[in-house]
Design a protein around this ligand. Structure first.
Ligand SMILES: Nc1ncnc2c1ncn2[C@@H]1O[C@H](COP(=O)(O)OP(=O)(O)OP(=O)(O)O)[C@@H](O)[C@H]1O
Ligand SMILES: [Mg+2]
Length: 285
C-alpha cells in the first residue's frame, strides 16, 4: 500500500484527489463519492479549521475535509483527537478559530446559522445534551416546530422519527426516565424529525444493544442524506461508510477507503485504533 503525504497527513492507498472528487487510480471501478455531482457544492467543506478552547487548549490544527453530497464518511481517531470539536464546528456551535466551514456551499457564519442548522443535524455524543423537554415527543417535535411546522404534518414527522428508532411506546415519558440507550435513540429521532441534508453522528452505536445498533444502521443506510459518523466502532464504520478519515492530535492523519484503512495494522496502531478480536475487514465488505 502506498501513501501520498498531504499537507495534513497521509492519503491512504493509491487514491488521488482530482477536481471532481476522489478518484481511485489503481483500477478499482468503485467510486467513493457516489452521488457527488461536479456542479453541486460539497455537503461539508472545511478549510484550514483550527481551534483553541478558551482555556488555551488547542484541539484542531488546520483541518481540510470535503464530503460530497450523499457520501457516508466515518471519522475515526483516539480519545482526545478532536473529533467532537470538529463536529461542533459543522453547525456553528464552536467557531472563532482559523479557517472556514461551508455546508452545501453556505458559509457557517452567524447570519446563516438558522439555515445551517436546518441543513445539518447533529446527534451529540451525550444524548443528555440534546433532550431537555418534558416528554420524548416534545423533544422530537421541538426542532421541526421551530421551523414552523405545525398540526398534522408535525405529528406525522414526530411519529415517523419515533417509529424509526422504535420509541413510539415511550413517546410520552420524560427523557430522564429512559435508559441511556433509549435516550440515544431519542436523540437520533430529534435529528431524523428535522429531515436534514447532512446527518452528523458522534459515536451513535455506543451503549446501544446489538439489535438497536443494527436497526440504527438500517435506518442510516435507508436515508438519502450525507452522513459523517464519528465512531470507535470500526466494524460499524466498515458497514456504513465506504470512506474513513482518521483525525489524530487535531490533524487529518489519513483519508481513504474504509476497507483499506482498516486493513493497515501499522496505520491503526499509530492512531490507537484496534479491531475487535477475530475481526478481519479483508474478508468482509
Ligand atoms: N471545553 C473544553 N475546554 C478545553 N479543552 C477541551 C474542551 N473540550 C475538549 N477539550 C480538549 O480538546 C481535545 C479534543 O477533545 P474532543 O472532545 O474533540 O476529542 P474526541 O476526539 O471527541 O475524543 P473522544 O473519542 O474521547 O470523544 C482534548 O484534548 C480535550 O481534552
Ligand atoms: Mg468525542
Amino acid at each position: 500500500m502506498s501513501f501520498h503525504t498531504t499537507g495534513h497527513g497521509a492519503q491512504v492507498g493509491t487514491t488521488d484527489r482530482s477536481e471532481d472528487g476522489m478518484t481511485i487510480t489503481d483500477g478499482t471501478p468503485e467510486r467513493l463519492d457516489a452521488g457527488r455531482t461536479p456542479d453541486v457544492p460539497p455537503s461539508l467543506q472545511l478549510e484550514g479549521v483550527a481551534y483553541a478552547y478558551p482555556d488555551g487548549h488547542q484541539a484542531l490544527f488546520g483541518v481540510d475535509l470535503q464530503v460530497g453530497r450523499g457520501e457516508r464518511v466515518a471519522l475515526l481517531g483516539p480519545n482526545g483527537a478532536g473529533k467532537t470539536t470538529l463536529v461542533l464546528h459543522l453547525n456553528g456551535i464552536l467557531a472563532g478559530g482559523a479557517g472556514s466551514v461551508h455546508v452545501g456551499g453556505l458559509p457557517v457564519v452567524k447570519d446563516n446559522l438558522q439555515e445551517v442548522r436546518r441543513r445539518v443535524g447533529i446527534v451529540f455524543q451525550d444524548p443528555d445534551d440534546q433532550l431537555f423537554m418534558p416528554t420524548v415527543r416534545d423533544d422530537v417535535a421541538f426542532g421541526p416546530a421551530n421551523l414552523g411546522i405545525r398540526g398534522a404534518e408535525l405529528d406525522a414527522r414526530v411519529d415517523r422519527a419515533l417509529a424509526a428508532v422504535r420509541l413510539g411506546d415511550l413517546a410520552d415519558r420524560p427523557p430522564y426516565h429512559l435508559s441511556f440507550g433509549q435516550r440515544r435513540r431519542a436523540a437520533v429521532a430529534t435529528v431524523l424529525a428535522m429531515e436534514p441534508e447532512v446527518i452528523v453522528l458522534d459515536e451513535p452505536s455506543s451503549n446501544l444493544d446489538p439489535a438497536s445498533r443494527r436497526e440504527l444502521a438500517q435506518i442510516l443506510l435507508s436515508l438519502d442524506v450525507t452522513i459523517l459518523m464519528v465512531t470507535h466502532d470500526l466494524p460499524y464504520a466498515l458497514e456504513l461508510c465506504p470512506r474513513s478519515v482518521i483525525l489524530s492530535d487535531g490533524v487529518i492523519a489519513a483519508d481513504g477507503p474504509t476497507k483499506e484503512i482498516l486493513s493497515d495494522p501499522d496505520l491503526l496502531a499509530a492512531n490507537r485504533l484496534e479491531l475487535p478480536f477475530g475481526f478481519d475487514p479483508r474478508v468482509l465488505g
